[in-house]
Design a protein around this ligand. Structure first.
Ligand SMILES: [Zn+2]
Ligand SMILES: [Zn+2]
Length: 268
């Protein structure tokens, strides 16, 4: 029997679902219903994306722990999708032990085969908060449209993608202090080395290969995709048994819908 696995982008758990979440979940639901009617063995999987600085910062704002925040909003998501009669086969959470196990096994498999590399980069660091800041938690004036509260990854006003260093008068999104730039070592997937294996016959006639092709983020020029770690986040899957075990994984490895390698795709 034909087997069909369907996922939709995992919604962030730090908010009530918005229309954008629903459109994705609903589209996948329609397709899943079609597949079931055709008699295909169908599995529609989704769940809340619970790790990351978005969760951490929201918990800080609400004065509760990240776990409490996730528990609260997971229920909200569940009820909203139930109200819309979305027929998931499984609606889980990225914080389960099973999820950690799968995430680590993907990482360890890549590492064992030599596809994980270390690279030192410069990243914004807040000396007041004593931590590296994720791009989206650096705020400042957009160099393109002069919007004063642009995020370090993207300007919410003009939509242009940014680097935190592009911002005029950057400040920490949590405490407002001026961040400094520090060196930090991250783990990367060596995409140029792995890409030939993703071509053609290896993966179902090349359909996945096409999905995994380098995009305009410059991967085809040899840049590596970042796999670990969260920028100083305390919330994430531990990075297995490596010297990076205190760090979490980026969503690229965590979420089933993000196993393609679009480096700078806005998230959420
Ligand atoms: Zn702008
Ligand atoms: Zn700060």
């Amino acid at each position: 029997m034909k087997k069909t696995l369907i996922t939709s982008a995992l919604p962030y758990v730090n908010n009530i679902p918005h229309l954008g979440n629903l459109i994705q979940v609903l589209s996948a639901d329609v397709y899943a219903r079609y597949c079931r009617l055709r008699g295909y063995e169908t599995l529609y999987v989704c769940g809340t994306d619970e790790y990351g600085t978005a969760t951490e910062t929201r918990a800080l704002e609400e004065g509760i722990t990240p776990q409490e925040l996730c528990d609260r909003y997971y229920q909200v998501h569940l009820e909203v999708y139930k109200w819309f009669n979305i027929a998931f086969d499984s609606f889980g959470r990225t914080s389960t032990p099973k999820h950690t196990e799968i995430t680590q096994s993907i990482f360890l498999g890549l590492d064992k085969n030599g596809y994980i590399k270390e690279k030192t980069i410069e990243q914004t660091y807040c000396e007041t908060c004593d931590r590296f800041l994720a791009d989206r938690y650096v705020r400042g004036t957009c160099p393109h449209c002069e919007y004063p509260e642009a995020r370090g990854d993207q300007c919410e006003n003009c939509g242009k993608l940014l680097d935190p260093t592009d911002l005029v008068e950057p400040h920490c999104g949590v405490c407002g202090a001026t961040p400094v730039v520090r060196e930090t070592t991250h783990l990367y997937i060596d995409l140029p080395a792995i890409l030939p294996k993703l071509d053609g016959e290896n993966l179902g006639g090349g359909r996945l290969g096409q999905e995994c092709r380098p995009d305009d983020s410059g991967l085809d020029q040899g840049r590596l995709a970042r796999t670990g770690h969260y920028a100083g986040s305390e919330v994430g899957h531990p990075c297995a048994e490596t010297e990076f075990r205190e760090q979490g994984f980026l969503c690229m490895v965590r979420c089933p819908d993000r196993l393609h390698f679009h480096h700078r795709q806005p998230h959420g």
